[in-house]
Ligand binder design. Structure first.
Ligand code: SF4
Length: 475
C-alpha cells in the first residue's frame, strides 16, 4: 500500500503555486495564518457576490441543494439533484480534495463541475488547473463550466488535463520536500507576499542576482551556470564576459544590468544619456479607477490634474460618485482637456506609465468616440500625452528594485517627496472608493472623498516633483 499524503492538495493551492512554489511549500508546512489585506478582502467579497449572483441565476432554473460534507455531496449526486451548491469531493488515496462552487447534472446523469470566477479570461493557468482538478475528482469526460466575471459561460475539457496533472504531480513532490525549495526573487511578487520577511534576508545574504531590476529569475539561473552568481560579481563584469541568456541578450541590457548591480551596491545613480523633456506648459495628470464594477469594466472615478503654478491649491479634478456617471466623467475629462488646450499652447499632459493613455483609448472605444477631435488629438501623432517613466528608464539607472512613481519619489536620495497619507496607494484608493460607494453617513462619505482626492493630488504633485528633479539634475 502506498503511503497516504498527510496533507491534502486543494485546487485553491493552484494560484499560490503558479505564483511561487516556495510560497506553496510554506503554506503547507507552516501553521501560521496569513492576514488578508483590505484590497484582497475586497476582491474576495466581490468573488462571493459574483458566486451569489450565479447561485441566484441557477435557482431560477433548477432545484439547488447545498452540500454539507463529502458524504452529503455523494448522497445528493446519487439522488440525481439538478444542482449541488458548495460541493465537496475527496480522493483520499490520491490526497486530493476539491470544493467546486456547483455540480450541475448533465443529461447523461453525470455531473459537471462549475465555478464562478471574477476573471474575464478562461486562459488563466490557475483557473485551468482548478477546473481540471475538479474534472479529475469527478472522473468523467464532461467539460467543466466557468461563469466568468464578464458574463460569459465557457467550458473547458480534456485540453486542461495536462496542466492539472502537472500541478498535482509537482504539489505531491513539494509535500515530500523536507526543506523549502530554492527560488529566485521577484520584486512584483515578493514585496506583497506575507513571507517577504522570511525570504528576503536570505536573498540579501546571497546577493541574489534576481534582486536587481531587469535581471529576471531565469536570467539569473543562466548567469549562475556561467559562473556569475552574485551582484558583486556582476558589478565587476565586462559586457563581453556576460553570456547571452534569456532576457539578457542585448549588449545595452547587459550594460544596464552591470550598472544596476553597481547602483545596488553603492546607492549611486548612473546617467546613460542626457534627459530631454518636451517643451510647453506642463499639466500633471493621473487617474484613479475601480476594477470592481458590476460589469467588470474599469470605472475612472477620478481624473486628477495639477496646473501651473503647481501648488496644492492648483489641483483640479473630475470626480464621479459611481459608475452610472461614467460617461459624464469621461465627457468632463474631455472638456477639461479642451479648456487646458485653449489656455496653454503647446500643452504637455504628463503622466507616469502607460496606464493613462491606455485608459483614454479604452474609454474612446467604450463610447465609440475614436473620431472625437479631442480624442484624435490626445492619441494622435502630435499627442500632448507624455509618459514620464520613459525618460527615467531610457536614461537613468537608479538604486531601486522597481521603477514605479512611488519607488522613485519616496526614495530619500532621489526625489524625496512623501505623500501626506503614508499608507495610501492605488489599491488603497480603490478600497476607499468602494467604501465611499456603500457609505450612508454623509460626513463619512465626504471624508472618504476628501481622502481619495488628497491621495490623487499627491500623485500629481509627485510627478511635478519628479519633473523638477529631472530638470535640475539630468538635462
Ligand atoms: S517572498 Fe517571494 S520567494 Fe518568498 S514565498 Fe513569497 S513570493 Fe516566494
Amino acid at each position: 500500500m502506498p503511503n497516504k499524503p498527510k496533507i491534502l492538495i486543494k485546487p485553491s493551492d493552484a494560484s499560490t503555486w503558479v505564483s511561487c512554489v516556495r510560497r506553496a511549500w510554506l503554506d503547507k508546512h507552516q501553521s501560521s495564518t496569513v492576514e488578508i489585506d483590505p484590497f484582497n478582502q475586497l476582491l474576495f467579497d466581490a468573488g462571493l457576490e459574483h458566486e451569489a449572483a450565479i447561485l441566484a441565476m441557477l435557482q431560477t432554473e433548477h432545484n439547488v441543494h447545498k452540500a454539507h460534507s463529502v458524504t452529503h455531496t455523494h448522497a445528493l449526486m446519487s439522488q440525481g439533484v439538478a444542482v449541488i451548491y458548495q460541493a465537496q469531493l475527496l480522493d483520499e488515496e490520491a490526497g486530493l480534495i476539491g470544493f467546486p462552487d456547483f455540480l450541475i447534472r448533465h443529461e447523461s446523469g453525470q455531473y459537471q463541475p462549475a465555478d464562478a470566477k471574477l476573471s474575464q479570461s478562461e486562459h488563466k493557468k490557475s483557473i485551468q488547473i482548478q477546473l481540471g482538478f475538479y474534472r479529475r475528482l469527478l472522473a468523467n469526460n464532461l467539460p467543466a463550466i466557468i461563469f466568468l466575471g464578464d458574463g460569459r459561460k465557457v467550458t473547458l475539457g480534456d485540453e486542461i488535463n495536462p496542466v492539472a496533472e502537472n500541478f498535482i504531480l509537482r504539489m505531491k513532490e513539494l509535500l515530500t520536500m523536507p526543506e523549502q525549495p530554492n527560488v529566485r526573487y521577484s520584486h512584483s511578487k515578493c514585496r506583497i507576499c506575507p513571507y517577504y520577511s522570511h525570504c528576503r534576508p536570505d536573498f540579501d545574504a546571497k546577493e541574489d542576482l534576481s534582486l536587481l531590476y531587469g535581471v529576471h529569475g531565469n536570467a539569473a539561473n543562466h548567469l549562475a551556470v556561467a559562473g556569475i552568481t552574485t551582484i558583486t560579481q556582476l558589478a565587476n563584469s565586462e559586457i563581453a564576459a556576460i553570456p547571452d541568456v534569456p532576457y539578457l541578450k542585448d549588449p545595452k541590457r547587459k550594460h544596464r544590468a552591470i550598472l544596476q548591480a553597481k547602483s545596488f551596491l553603492t546607492g549611486e545613480i548612473s546617467q546613460l544619456n542626457k534627459v530631454t523633456l518636451p517643451e510647453g506648459t506642463w499639466i500633471h495628470f493621473d487617474i484613479e479607477d475601480n476594477p470592481l464594477t458590476p460589469t467588470r469594466e474599469r470605472h475612472v472615478y477620478l481624473w486628477g490634474f495639477l496646473a501651473p503654478p503647481y501648488h496644492k491649491e492648483n489641483f483640479e479634478s473630475v470626480w464621479t460618485d459611481d459608475e452610472t456617471q461614467d460617461y459624464d466623467g469621461w465627457l468632463g475629462f474631455l472638456d477639461k482637456i479642451d479648456a487646458y488646450r485653449t489656455q496653454y499652447s503647446p500643452l504637455v499632459l504628463a503622466h507616469y506609465s502607460n496606464h493613462e493613455k491606455a485608459t483614454i483609448k479604452k474609454y474612446a472605444e467604450r463610447y465609440n468616440m475614436q473620431n472625437h477631435p479631442t480624442v484624435l488629438w490626445l492619441l494622435g501623432n502630435n499627442s500632448p500625452l507624455f509618459d514620464m517613466q520613459k525618460p527615467v528608464l531610457d536614461n537613468l539607472v537608479l538604486p531601486l528594485q522597481g521603477y514605479g512613481l512611488k519607488d522613485i519619489c519616496k526614495h530619500p536620495s532621489l526625489v524625496n517627496f512623501q505623500w501626506e497619507n503614508e499608507t495610501s496607494s492605488a489599491q488603497w484608493s480603490v478600497v476607499q472608493f468602494n467604501r465611499f460607494l456603500t457609505e450612508t453617513n454623509p460626513q463619512e462619505k465626504q471624508q472618504l472623498k476628501t481622502d481619495i482626492l488628497g491621495y490623487n493630488r499627491d500623485d500629481v504633485i509627485a510627478t511635478r516633483k519628479l519633473e523638477e528633479w529631472l530638470r535640475t539634475n539630468f538635462i
